[in-house]
Write a protein that binds this ligand. Structure first.
Ligand code: TPP
Ligand code: MG
Length: 326
């Protein structure tokens, strides 16, 4: 049991499960739409990584700023978003958050300070350092959390960014979802340390490793600790959760670089089933209550799909709007 997760109420825990179910069913439905040619552009699924997403983002306040990456559906849903408008964006429709121009890799929601997904690997590194500097200078009390994959930690901007954030003592949490691969590249072939967090001492900052990133409460405890550290003025923290993506890197991936056995072994460690087990064993909820949450998520996603499919495509003029500040 953890220092922070012990204090979560039943409502909060069930809310966390709701978010996990929404992520799972959002991406499952989306994968069907993709195979029918209805998705505009490329998309990357968060299935299998639900605990690593919800556990971390749930530790943030609404005002805290989040930077996400190309695999951003899990973080985006966790931070809070209208599922209908998110689905519409991914289908390239007018009511989408970018008026249908951005697609899966550019969904954002400024109402909750979700500063956007990003198609450039490591693209959020510099942006999050700048945003954290603003929070410090303006004394907002907000922290910035930048979510990234393991592959993004081998970008030069990762090292420059951590060095600057550490030197300037910024309220920043860099959150690494280590799913073992960057496209088809095994992490062990791309870096010479066992864990990404092993790099934290080089920048004079704490690193927190969540060995089982499919354990949502462990992820929540680690991220709460990091956020508290950053918010209290002690500077940045590097957090890493180890997890696995069940599907291919993107919607088009033959998957020749990993074995069926490896995928199956991770599917057996389903983060949603693991959390349901915890909630049943500690008598937080009954099986009926948990099933209801799943059924509601499935129904809400179906409604989002219906909304997005029926929505119009944007008018061509929209392509020329919002390119310059007024
Ligand atoms: C600067 C840059 N280089 C390469 C790519 C192509 N690319 C897209 S995703 C990806 C791998 C990212 O791996 P990781 O950061 O571990 O995230 P994951 O996909 O595993 O969630 C690469 C190389 C890109 N989008 N941007
Ligand atoms: Mg990865």
């Amino acid at each position: 049991m953890g220092k922070y997760s012990d204090k979560l109420t039943k409502e909060q825990k069930l809310d966390m499960l709701r978010l996990m179910e929404e992520i799972r069913h959002f991406d499952l439905e989306l994968s069907k739409l993709y195979s029918r040619g209805l998705v505009a552009g490329m998309t990357h699924y968060s299935v299998g990584e639900e605990a690593a997403n919800v556990g971390a983002i749930y530790a943030m306040r609404k005002e805290d700023l989040m930077y996400s990456n190309h695999r951003g559906h899990g973080q985006t849903i966790s931070k809070g978003i209208d599922l209908k408008r998110m689905m519409a964006e991914i289908l390239g429709k007018a009511p989408g958050y970018c008026k249908g121009r951005g697609g899966s890799m550019h969904v954002f929601n400024l109402e909750v300070n979700n500063m956007s997904c990003n198609g450039i690997v490591g693209g959020g590194h510099g942006l999050s350092v700048g945003a954290a500097l603003v929070q410090k200078m303006k004394k907002t009390g907000n922290i910035v959390l930048a979510a990234m994959g393991d592959g993004a930690t081998n970008e030069g901007s990762f090292h420059e960014g951590l060095n600057m954030a550490s030197t300037w003592n910024l309220p920043l949490v860099w959150y690494v979802i280590n799913n073992k691969y960057g496209i088809s590249m095994d992490i062990n072939d791309a870096m010479n340390v066992d864990n990404v967090v092993d790099r934290a001492p080089a920048y004079g900052i704490p690193g927190i490793l969540v060995e089982d990133g499919n354990d949502i409460l462990a992820v929540y405890d680690a991220t709460m600790e990091a956020i508290e550290h950053a918010r209290s003025g002690k500077g940045p923290v590097l957090v890493e959760s180890k997890t696995y993506r069940w599907f291919g890197h993107s919607a088009s991936d033959a998957g020749a670089y990993r074995s069926r056995e490896e995928i199956d072994s991770w599917r057996e460690r389903d983060p949603i089933e693991a959390f349901r087990k915890v909630l049943l064993e500690d008598k937080t909820a009954t099986e009926e209550e948990l099933d209801e949450i799943r059924e509601k998520a499935v129904a809400d996603i179906k409604e989002a799909v219906k909304f997005a499919k029926e929505a119009p495509y944007p008018e061509v003029e929209v392509a020329f709007q919002d390119n310059f500040a007024d």
